[in-house]
Design a protein around this ligand. Structure first.
Ligand code: K7E
Ligand code: CUA
Length: 662
């Protein structure tokens, strides 16, 4: 056993002492050299073979999503979502910049925690991946035919969009709930007036129509911290469960002041009842300011629209919409099992894993087994909804997933392990160490009606001694376990991009066949598309120079440009004329102040460039596209301001044959 994990156990025990929990240290830690060669074979994907699953791992503070093959752990792609990505011009090209517009202006970064695959009948369907932006509250849709972010919606009255974007059974909604309660609407008030002035907020966002995401309604709720969520199904269909902490409503030193209450709450929201309440006209339109951005399918240019109102309802006005389920102690995860009967809470500081029963909850609501009421929200009695408690599960339970075989798997942050336990009997049947301090774990389909099972992926917060060190910042790490047997077996460690929180994985067959291979040039409606080299050209409008450029193996048209002057804004509108899979062309120019472009076949992308000095500036293709890729280049001559060098754009010393509209 590495000494580090022993230290963590001691640390865990110390923390346990602090919260008054007895715990017998796990005695069955296995060697970190799990399995060896036998396990290597089980994750080995031979050259030319495909992985069994796609896994989408949130990038955490990278603001992006990493796509990995499972079981190999090979990184296939990084999908830029909330952060600019100079590698392909995301958030730098003129077409993509509007995607990052918010009511706070252009925001080039976010902190992405959770992924949610779209579902049909409670199963992952492979159409879209939804993700949350935590810092500047937003949700995004990634289209899994293009692996590109196609839509971003900002959430007003939110701060720290953490309980997001969990999806309902048929992708009717994704949700967003605020981690930080704030004044609603946000205004200038003393922070000490937290209890009186700060509110929480839970939004239901329509999700099943691409390009049309919007907030269906916003529930204004007590000023707690809302943390995670899961949709119900089966007996809990039509409900969404949110964990909350800081029910103390502390506004300073939360590590102490938000850990006072014995129990916090899981908020159960009946969204069918909320819809009915809205239909009865009990909502009111509030003035807000937020943005909805989406990528137009045909121009491949993002549009950012401003929205100015949102429909709000309150639990007091809509009886039956929301109930609180007391839950020990600062719960983190709120996870629903595949049948929809059990709601499992991960009480970070709790000595047990409490499990609520959906049928008991419904009966308790019927029988009005309330212990009180908060702002019109009935608080159910703990014992009235409790199905059972997993005793002595380990330290610091966070998140639970399910294998569809009657078992649950909970990540234990403090005791660095995954604990497997049986639904219904609540007995712990296995525990395996993680290296180290696991946050989320993920079972493919583990939050759906039909888990794929087979694997569990632990996403660890601390790596320490697992890889070659890389300076002060070490690689973050995921660990793959085989869960098909009675005991979990560690198969593989692999480093990750960013710091994954949650992830999803899906059978490759549900995504693989739907891939878009290129954009049809004939359907390209970009304002400055060219569909043939002869349509290329150059045009000056004041200080702005538009270059319509074609790229095709292995040259640009035009490739010699003159008449540009210092201080001009040059817009290179580059259309990739290829109509074939896997032939992007790049575009980069000496002194570019932003990024390169990476242009997919059939697509037009625009790079803005302001030359600051006279000279001749080469540009070139950055994507190795053919044997003559290195010949794929050109020059821009930049003259002094006011120079009389004529504007020209040529290839092989000839201007385009038809200079239409130049
Ligand atoms: Cu537990 Cu943001 Cu889902 Cu991190 S969260 S681990
Ligand atoms: Cu085009 Cu290299």
């Amino acid at each position: 056993m590495p000494s580090l994990s022993r230290n963590r156990l001691i640390l865990g025990a110390a923390l346990l002492g602090a919260v008054g929990i007895g715990y017998a240290c796990a005695g069955n830690r296995t060697s970190s050299l799990a399995g060896g060669a036998g396990n290597a074979q089980r994750t080995y994907v031979a050259p030319g073979e495909y992985d069994e699953l796609y896994a989408f791992l949130s990038g955490g503070f990278s603001g992006q999503v990493g796509v990995y093959g499972i079981p190999s752990g090979r990184l296939l792609k990084v999908i830029p979502v909330f952060s600019q990505n100079a590698e392909n011009g995301w958030g730098y090209s003129e077409e993509t910049k509007p995607m990052l517009e918010t009511s706070y202006g252009f925001i080039p970064w976010d902190d992405l925690h959770h992924t949610a695959l779209s579902q049909t009948n409670g199963e992952d369907d492979g159409r879209w991946l939804f993700v949350n932006g935590n810092n500047t509250p937003r949700v995004a849709r990634v289209d899994l035919t293009t692996f590109e972010t196609s839509e971003i919606l900002e959430i007003p009255n939110a701060a720290g969009n953490h309980a997001s974007p969990f999806v309902t059974e048929n992708t009717e909604y994704i949700v967003s709930s605020t981690r930080f309660s704030i004044p609603v609407p946000n205004r200038d008030v003393p922070i000490a007036e937290y209890k009186a002035q700060f509110r929480g907020q839970i939004s239901f966002i329509t999700a099943n129509q691409p390009g049309k995401m919007d907030i269906a309604f916003q529930l204004i709720v007590p000023g707690f911290n809302y943390d995670l969520a899961r949709a119900g199904k089966g007996p809990s269909a039509g409900w969404m469960f949110f964990s909350s902490y800081n029910t103390e409503q502390a506004n300073t030193l939360l590590e102490v002041n938000a850990s006072q209450n014995d129990k916090d709450y899981i908020a159960a929201v009946n969204y069918r009842a909320a819809e009915a309440c809205v239909r009865q006209g009990k909502g009111r339109r509030a003035q807000v300011d937020y943005r909805h951005n989406h990528m137009d399918e045909f121009t491949r240019t993002a549009i950012s629209e401003r929205k100015t109102s949102v429909l709000q309802i309150t639990p007091a006005d809509c009886p039956g919409v929301m109930y609180f389920l007391p839950t020990p102690k600062s719960p983190h995860g709120a996870d629903v099992d595949p049948t929809g009967e059990y709601i499992v809470a991960g009480g970070k500081l709790a000595s047990v894993i409490p499990v609520h029963s959906a049928t008991k909850m419904l009966a308790a609501i019927e029988a009005k087994e309330f212990e009180g009421e908060l702002e019109g929200i009935p608080v159910l009695k703990y014992n009235a909804t409790l199905a059972g408690e997993v005793k002595e599960p380990g330290l610091g339970p966070l998140h639970t997933e399910f294998d569809g075989q009657g078992y649950a798997y909970t990540s234990m942050f403090l005791s660095s392990e995954i604990v497997k336990w049986k639904l219904g009997t609540w007995e712990v049947v296995d525990r395996q160490p993680t290296y180290y301090s696991v946050g989320h774990l993920m079972i493919p389909g583990g939050g759906t009606r039909k888990p794929y099972g087979r694997y569990a992926l632990a996403m660890n917060k601390i790596t320490k001694d697992r890889y070659l060190p890389t300076g002060p910042e070490l690689a973050h790490s995921a660990q793959l376990y085989d869960i098909s047997g009675e005991r979990m077996e560690l198969l593989l460690d692999f480093p990750t991009h960013g710091e994954p929180h949650y992830a999803n994985a899906i059978e490759a067959s549900k995504v693989r066949e739907n891939q878009k291979r290129f954009y049809a040039l004939a359907e390209n409606r970009h304002a400055r598309v060219i569909r043939a080299e002869r349509e290329s050209g150059i045009e000056r409008r004041g200080n702005v120079v538009h270059v319509r450029m074609a790229s095709i193996r292995s040259h640009f048209t035009p490739d010699n440009i003159e008449g540009v002057q210092v201080g001009d804004t040059v817009l290179f509108h580059v259309t990739n004329l290829e109509q074939d899979w896997d032939v992007p062309h790049g575009f980069a120019i000496l002194g570019a102040q932003n990024a390169e472009l990476l242009i997919m076949p059939g697509e037009t992308r625009t790079l803005r460039w302001v030359p600051l000095k006279v000279g001749v500036y080469p540009f070139y293709c950055t994507d190795f596209c053919s044997a003559l890729h290195q010949e794929m280049q050109g020059y821009v001559r930049v003259s002094a301001r006011g120079s009389n060098v004529a504007l020209s754009a040529t290839t092989n010393n000839r201007a385009p044959q038809r200079a239409g509209g130049n």
